[in-house]
Structures are given as C-alpha cells and as structure tokens.
Design a protein around this ligand. Structure first.
Ligand code: GDP
Length: 310
C-alpha cells in the first residue's frame, strides 16, 4: 500500500496504540484516516459495525481496538476480556472480508504464547502449551483473532496480516493504578509517593518476572512498515529483543521520577508469566529496527503523564 489518498479505518483510533499509529501514518503523508471513539461506535455491535463499513467504505483497516489492561484488570474481568475482544475482532475482521477491504492488520499480543514457552519465543511456539492463567481470556481471544485472519486468507483469499507486540507503554497510556500495565502503574505510584513524601512504594510480585517493553511510537512504526511492505501468511512478533526484570524496571522508574524512598515488593500479588521475551528475528530480517531505548521511553512517558495527569 503506497497510495497516500487511501481511506484507512483505524479501529481503536483513540487508544494508546491506535493514536500512535494515526500519528505515524500522518507523518508519512497519509491523509484519509477515519475512526470513531467507543461511545460513537460500539465495535461489539455487529449491525453498527456493518453500517459503519457500508457508509464509510474504507479501503484499509488497522484493528487496534481491544479491551486492554494490566494483570489485575485481566484477573478481575476475564469474561469481559474474552467477550469484548472476540466480539470486536469478529465484527471488524468479518466486515473487512464482506466489504472487500484491500488489507487488514490485526494487533494481537505476546501473551498468546504458552506460559512456560522456551525464551525467546518464536512465532512457531504458538499453541505448544497452556497460556498464562492471569490473562487467559485475553490470550484466547487474540489467538482466535490471528487464526481468523489466517483462515480468511486461506478460504477467501483476503489479505489480513497479524502482529504480536510485546508489552507496550508510552504516550496516551492508561495510568489508573488498578487497571494499568506496569510502566504506567509504577510511574503514577512513584510520582505520587514523591509528592506525598512517602517512605516507600509497593511494587507487585517478587520483582523477578521479566518483561520486554516497547514504546508505543516504535510499535506504530513497525506496524506501518509491515502494512506497507508485507503480504502473506506469516505473522510477526514485534519487540525490542531485550527484556528486563520488574525489579530493575522499578529502579529505572524511581530514578526517572526522582523518588528518594525505598521499594517494597508485595509478594501477595502475582508475577504473571515468569518471562515474556519475543524472538524478533523474522521482523529484523525484513529490515526493521527498534529506535527508542527504555530509559528514553520512560522519560517521555513521564513527561506526558506530568502534562496530562497533574
Ligand atoms: P502482564 O505482562 O500481563 O503481567 O502485565 P502487567 O504490565 O500488568 O504486569 C507486568 C509485571 O509487573 C507483573 O509481574 C506485575 O505483577 C508487575 N507489577 C509490579 N507492580 C505493578 C503495578 O503497579 N502495576 C502493574 N500492572 N504491574 C505491576
């Protein structure tokens, strides 16, 4: 896809990932980006989604809409994570077939891989074992979505591609302490502890779990790179190729925020998957490289938080 006048529907346009994809598209000169927020269009409603496709007639679709959240949100509402995501992706993927979309890119997640997968995780490890129970609903939905893309290509000859991003953080993230992912959650906790002169900050789990963390602008860049350059039956892991322990991450965030107190690990809270590191050679071999180092990404995200949440 190179025509800058093409009409592109970003489902989830206002989310952290969708909005960064829109910014990257616009930087590259794409002008006709469409998409509504969840109040204007409930993507879980099949009739509404069909109506939107038939009125707007998009040519390309980025499926970045999803019910997302950190480890606690996933554990609290597994049914919602399963149902909302299945409904959204069923409607958007099926309509993309029905309305002859030229290409669709589906964003899944690295949590599709087995909990005890060998590390780093290669694309072919999918369905080799049981997924992590703390996010099973979300993972099962995302596996169904990527299989749906694969099977629609096989049976209907569509051009639907999927990416599996590692843990994403960044500009526009959700900083709600109970619902957020680890980077946004800890930025908020350390910031509030600094303002309130607290003695320590509580970090969930043992601190030993390891995560691969990518800045949302880099994910957006990778998505557009693949959207412009790849058609076929492979799906792609998208990550930095490096992971970090939650303990080390907590120290980086403490430093970036400028908090002087201690860190305590609350081992009554879960670690989730022990390690989640993607093998990104398939993406690297296609010529894509990650740009933002973790320290830089944390600094930018904290700057955004200060502007918008204080
Ligand atoms: P996950 O990859 O699905 O487990 O997503 P999260 O980003 O929610 O959590 C990653 C890891 O960070 C887990 O081991 C959490 O227990 C740990 N963690 C430590 N403190 C926090 C926190 O304040 N919020 C979140 N979300 N995770 C935390």
């Amino acid at each position: 896809m190179k025509d800058k006048h093409s009409k592109i529907f970003i489902a989830g346009r206002n989310g952290m990932v969708g909005s960064s994809i829109e910014i990257e598209f616009r930087k590259r000169g794409y002008e006709k980006i469409i998409g509504l927020n969840s109040k204007e269009l409930d993507l879980r409603n099949q009739a509404d989604v069909e109506d939107y496709f038939s009125k707007e007639k998009p040519e390309y679709v980025i499926l970045a809409a999803a019910k997302v959240g950190g480890i606690m949100a996933n554990m609290k509402s597994p049914a919602e994570f399963l149902y909302d995501n299945l409904a959204i992706q069923n409607n958007v993927i099926h309509c993309s077939y029905k309305f002859n979309i030229k290409k669709l890119l589906f964003l899944a997640s690295s949590c599709i891989y087995p909990r005890l997968s060998p590390q780093p995780m290669k694309e072919e490890y999918l369905l080799d074992g049981k997924v992590e129970p703390t996010n099973e609903g979300y993972a099962i939905a995302k596996i169904a979505g990527l299989k749906m893309c694969e099977m629609y290509n096989k049976q209907y000859g569509t051009n639907f591609i999927s990416v599996m991003p590692c843990n994403i953080y960044g500009i526009g993230d959700n900083f709600d302490p109970q619902k957020s992912h680890v980077v946004a959650g800890l930025i908020r906790k350390f910031h509030e502890a600094k303002i309130e002169n607290k003695e320590y900050v509580e970090v969930w789990g043992t601190g030993d779990a390891r995560r691969e963390l990518m800045f949302n602008e880099d994910l957006a860049d990778a998505c557009i790179f693949l959207f412009e350059s790849y058609s076929g039956d492979n799906f792609f892991n998208v990550g930095t190729g490096k992971d970090i322990s939650i303990k080390h991450l907590a120290y980086l965030i403490k430093k970036a925020v400028g908090f002087d107190g201690d860190i305590k690990f609350d081992i009554t809270k879960p670690d989730g998957m022990p390690q989640k590191l993607l093998d990104v050679s398939r993406l690297k071999d296609s010529g894509w490289v990650n740009k933002t180092e973790l320290e830089d990404g944390i600094r930018k995200t904290y700057g955004w938080f200060l502007k918008h949440h204080t």
